[in-house]
Design a protein around this ligand. Sequence first.
Ligand SMILES: [Zn+2]
Length: 179
Amino acid sequence: MLPWVVRRTRLPLLSLRCVDCPSGSATTGPGRFRVNANHKLLDVWLLVRCVSCDRTSKLTVYERTPVRSFDPAELRGYRLNDPALVASRLLDPQLARRNRFALDWTGAWRLHTPSEGPDQTWPVQVAVAFDDPVPVRPERLIAHGLGLSRGEVLRRIKCDIPLRRPRSTGFTFTVTAGD
Ligand SMILES: [Zn+2]
């Protein structure tokens, strides 16, 4: 079984309309949170800025949440702008739903494939794993990974999942011999 891995190369951009300019794209940059305390309640925002005019927007991570309900280590991470926490919050689908943006993964990920030996015999089984939740069309990923045309993919690939529907969770497929 050949292991393939989909992994991000950087954080994705956000498809988010700017209120000041026509741009629809924002970035976390290096990643910054803002924590605001009001009595015993905390607001936590993730700051993003427009890629065109630099206007900063605040994405709500927590709103008026009791301080005691936070894990102290996590709260310290927000205060220190911990990069791992920036990534995990940004990639959390709940944040996107709540703040009405979509992630733009264009150019932000790579497919890692092992280099095959010359004694490749068919059929070959491949297991695709996702280190990051990048939505990809299996058909295109397989064509890219094997250097096949889309037509060849349809003829030579055996797979239990729909090849055209984007997904971001692991799957396996079998490549049969060509003509
Ligand atoms: Zn803007």
